[in-house]
Design a protein around this ligand. Sequence first.
Ligand code: MRU
Length: 354
Amino acid sequence: MVKTIEWFDGKVRMLDQTLLPREVKYIDCADYHMVAECIKKLCIRGAPAIGIAAAMGIALGAQEIKAKDFNEFMKGLETVFSELLSTRPTAVNIQWAVERMRKFLAERKNGPVDKLKTLLIEESNRVLNEDIEINRAIGKWGSQFIKDGDTIITHCNAGSLATGGYGTATGPIRVAVEQGKKIQVIADETRPVLQGCRLTAWELMEDNIPVTLITDNTAGAILRTGEIKLAIVGTDRTVANGDVANKIGTYSLAVLCKENGVPFYVAAPLSSIDFSIPSGEFIPIEERGPEEVTHIFGCHIAPQGVKVRNLAFDVTPAKYVTGIITEKGVFRPEDLHKLNEKGADLDSIMLKAK
Ligand code: MRU
């Protein structure tokens, strides 16, 4: 499996996903500004992966701060936090990473600053390694819904490339393959940036998982034939009532699944769940530049000067979601908030395959 991001020789090394699948090239970020720039430009993308990049960016930024006093050190870090937080607004994982690092430091405020700098590097590596374990757990819980012979549709890329490794939506797919189930994946190409085509199809082929690429417009026609048994997608931010923000086009796919009686699952690590937001209308939705729509690989395909709207994400209302696959089990969207309640009996509300 390909490495998305790692600490390498005092730098943050990441695979440049803008070049895939034509070129496999790594970028070494020597400072946190470069990490922030890579997140903005989609060199690294996918909610968990940009959370890990933010954690590593914080550790990198910390190394540059000269202060010896803890409060001064934290003041310096606030600048790092805000630059990273300003990169992409929809995925909650950057915020999650900042909060995790802030809490980590608050619990060690008596330690010498030099020691804290080393500890931050170790903590950011833990964020990476835990993410892979979480994806394996998502895989284990989700694979019960995949039967031998099933065809699964997915949208965008919620695979290894979007995470520390293994993937969220691809977690159940990978576990099903490891269990010996013969399955097929259908990948939506995912306009405008083509993550399904360039990334999902590529990473599944690299790992010999059967995949068929379709244009986004084709999903409805194939769903109508009954050959697709379930959908699994990722999420950038799922909120307390079970509404799901994910790559633009996810909502359309969810509606098509409901219309055709196909279960629609969302793979969501707890780091992508934002219990502080009651419902989807409050999720900030990133709008990106028009050139992603008017151009393909530098070639102009639209009339000069045409008005463009380029929403990067949409919100799928909870009523379209069959189950949310987390590392703690699979839950109905309406039960999701119970994961945030102390002492809730999760076993009694978990969804289980029949
Ligand atoms: O714009 P992107 O490529 O960062 O969008 C990514 C997605 O929408 C993914 O489905 C989501 O982040 C989940 S990744 C496990």
